[in-house]
Ligand binder design. Structure first.
Ligand code: NAD
Length: 359
């Protein structure tokens, strides 16, 4: 008997539909070989949804996502919607999904594949073998803390305020995701904070340290965020799993991602407590190459592998997809963004076809 899963598919805008077609085809191919039966249900999100309904995340889309086992998202946004008010922009769909599904944990791997070492701006010996997972808290911290706002003039001077705040409950739930993730990797977790200056970080460090007693198989270290920013470019191989709050994670996950030098290769997962997760590439909708069959679909495909691993608990099927990506790169096939010497440049669709032949 195969296991049946309902997947909400939100292709979005720009290159979203092109890369999503490849992502879905790969899942469809891998599923039956691992006893998985997928029902894909497509819905509108982002600019496409604004054009059709006036809303970046229509109620029906959020409802579908809530009723699904996982959400597979392409990318949203584009210049044609840039003049809309902040609450009507396509990117609102992402915030709506985070809030609506309670996505408090964002997982972003930064893996330097041997075939793409030359895509990085760093020296080979620094980045060879880098395999980092950044676990970022996503719905707390300074982006959401109260009070926030630009407050009226006192003696002719206005004041802008944001509040960095984390409760023990919020720290513990992201901590657990991080320890569990580290356990599935090399068993090393580095918690990043600014405990030398911020009280919120002192509580963070205290709670994460206490939690470590429940995970004796995971080696926990702590690092200040400014040092971590330096260490990531100095010697990134020292890191396995990193856990941090929303603001620090926003910056460090981008820094870690760029170690790899290839934005078209980077997947991500956003998880809730036992509920539906969202799996999407790190990159945006790339309007400059949309509709030209030039997009790299591999970040979308690797997000599909994360969907299987973290969303559905199907690591073997995830491994099969990741292996297929490695094989196709070994064969020398590249989209334009990752092309190098002795490689053959192909389009988005052809890359999908190559993957299907090696799955
Ligand atoms: P982007 O990531 O879309 O593009 C940056 C550059 O990388 C472009 O030159 C693009 O062509 C290239 N690129 C990105 N993905 C690629 C791929 N798969 N294959 C080949 N090349 C790729 O970032 P941007 O240009 O700053 O933003 C474009 C739009 O996307 C904006 O509307 C932005 O708000 C939106 N955006 C959406 C998300 C999301 O949906 N999660 C994330 C970031 C940006």
């Amino acid at each position: 008997m195969s296991e049946r899963y309902k997947i909400a598919v939100l292709p979005g805008d720009g290159i979203g539909p092109e890369i999503m077609a490849v992502g879905v085809a790969v899942l469809q191919a891998v599923g039956p070989r691992h006893g998985l039966d997928f029902e894909f249900v497509e819905a509108l999100a982002g600019g496409a949804a604004i054009d059709a309904t006036g809303e970046p995340l229509p109620v029906q889309t959020l409802e579908l996502c809530r009723r699904s086992d996982a959400v597979y998202l392409g990318a949203v946004g584009g210049p044609q919607w840039d003049t809309l008010g902040a609450d009507k922009r396509p990117e609102r769909a992402l915030l709506g999904l985070r809030a609506g599904l309670g996505l408090f944990a964002n997982l972003r791997p930064a893996i330097v594949l041997p075939q793409l070492i030359d895509a990085s701006t760093l020296k080979r010996e620094v980045i060879e073998g880098v395999d980092i997972l950044v676990v970022r808290e996503l719905i707390g911290g300074i982006y959401f803390g109260q009070p926030k706002g630009i407050f009226p003039e006192i003696k002719g001077v206005r004041r802008g305020v944001n509040t960095m705040s984390y409760s023990e409950v919020e720290i513990e739930r992201i901590g657990r995701v991080a320890f569990e993730s580290a356990r599935k990797r090399k068993g090393r977790l580095c918690s990043v904070d600014k405990a030398n200056v911020l009280e919120v970080s002192q509580l963070w460090r205290e709670k994460i340290t206490a939690l470590a007693r429940e995970y004796p198989d995971v080696e926990l270290t702590h690092m200040y965020v400014d040092n971590c920013a330096m260490q990531l470019v100095r010697w990134p191989k020292q890191f396995d799993t990193i856990v941090t709050g929303n603001l620090f994670g926003d910056i460090l996950s981008d820094e870690a991602a760029m170690l790899t030098g290839s934005i078209g290769m980077l997947p991500s997962a956003s998880l809730s407590r036992g509920g539906t997760g969202v799996f999407e590439p790190v990159h945006g909708s790339a309007p400059d190459i949309a509709g030209q069959d030039k997009a790299n679909p591999l970040a979308q495909v690797l997000s599909g592998a994360m969907l299987l691993r973290y969303g559905l608990g199907q690591p073997e099927a995830a491994d099969a997809i990741e292996r297929a990506v490695g094989t196709v790169l070994d064969q020398g096939w590249r989209t334009g963004d990752i092309a190098g010497p002795n490689t053959q440049v192909i389009g988005c669709q052809a890359m999908g076809e190559k993957l299907l032949t090696v799955l």
